[in-house]
Design a protein around this ligand. Structure first.
Ligand code: HEM
Length: 297
């Protein structure tokens, strides 16, 4: 099995920078040269890189992982929109110390400034108890063991792209005042977990329209597990969550998003009444081996 990029499973990752790039018209050699500089190891931070279908096809070895496609705008029957903002390349800088992360961000942005436009530049942070801005703990439903995380996040051995991942990135802004003005009980019914004690609502207590109700799903007896590493972002005004998830199979994203949008049964995810998606992109994060081979041309 090829090796995934360093840092993918290193938790908690208290500080992140999410960088989405659009290539300018540079030659393939110039892109590779700039990227090689951008991703050089930095103390205390990891720099992970992923590509959309067209840019992997352009720079990669001529194959793509099965099912890789761009994100297109998605709509629910009740008027929710998940807009598409598909960009060429995603860089996730992550570490525990903000200073280390910023050193890496400077390296990346300087190296890429002549060949690509920075279209999204978002800082993320994780609180000590992993609570997001709504006050709920995020990440509990992630696969529990290292082995299960790998199984959910990495393309299996023998398949094109093995050791890499499919990636979904979405910036969501919270309508925090509206959400927090609900009673705690109503907030818990939106999410599907208790707020203070972080316990999943079980059985008939779990509303079908709750976020957990829409996302904890099986398709053909296969649990649609993914590995989520997104965090809160923002300041006094715009604030929300950068949703970042890794999957072994593109269908996991497609199926969970369809469920959130009520594509099969018309039941939409109540969470979307209190947060708006502002961006959406799919990428392929190659294994370290495939990334090295691509950078070597
Ligand atoms: C504003 C956006 C979002 C917020 C605030 C949010 C928040 C949460 C929270 C609080 C939980 C429960 C705790 C946990 O298990 O981690 C959760 C679970 C989950 N979310 Fe989200 N989420 C958002 C968007 C999304 C999106 C876009 C997807 C998928 C495309 C998604 C997929 C999941 C999954 C798979 C679970 C775990 C369900 C389980 O197996 O228990 N979330 N989310």
């Amino acid at each position: 099995m090829k090796t995934h990029q360093a840092g993918l499973f290193e938790e908690p990752g208290r500080s992140s920078q999410y960088l989405e790039y659009q290539f300018r018209s540079a030659s393939d050699a110039e892109l590779r040269q700039a990227l090689s500089q951008a991703v050089k190891p930095v103390d205390g931070a990891n720099i992970l890189v992923a590509f959309n279908q067209a840019s992997w096809q352009r720079l990669g070895p001529g194959w793509s992982p099965e099912g890789l496609h761009d994100f297109t705008a998605q709509y629910s029957a009740r008027g929710h929109v998940m807009p598409a903002s598909q960009r060429d390349m995603f860089i996730w800088v992550v570490g525990e110390d903000r200073g280390d992360v910023m050193n890496a961000v400077v390296q990346v942005t300087e190296a890429l400034s002549d060949i690509a436009d920075l279209e999204l530049d978002l800082d993320g942070y994780k609180t000590r108890d992993a609570r997001i801005l709504t006050g709920f703990v995020d990440g509990t439903g992630n696969p529990g063991t290292a082995e299960k995380k790998r199984a959910a996040a990495l393309i299996p051995e023998g398949q094109p792209g093995e050791g890499g991942s499919f990636v979904l990135g979405q910036k969501w802004t919270h309508k925090l005042q509206e959400f927090l003005s609900l009673s705690v009980n109503a907030q818990e019914n939106v999410i599907g977990r208790t707020k203070e004690t972080n316990i999943e609502l079980e059985g008939t207590a779990l509303p079908p329209e709750s976020h957990v109700g829409r996302t904890d799903i099986d398709v053909n007896d296969v649990p649609m597990k993914m590995y989520r590493r997104g965090t809160p972002y923002g300041g006094g005004e715009d604030k929300g969550l950068y949703f970042l998830a890794f999957a072994c199979d593109m269908d996991r994203f497609v199926n969970v998003i369809n469920s959130m949008l009520g594509k099969d049964d018309g039941i939409t995810d109540a969470m979307m009444d209190y947060s708006d998606a502002l961006t959406g992109s799919y990428w392929f994060m190659p294994s370290q081996d495939d990334l090295d081979a691509m950078l070597a041309g």
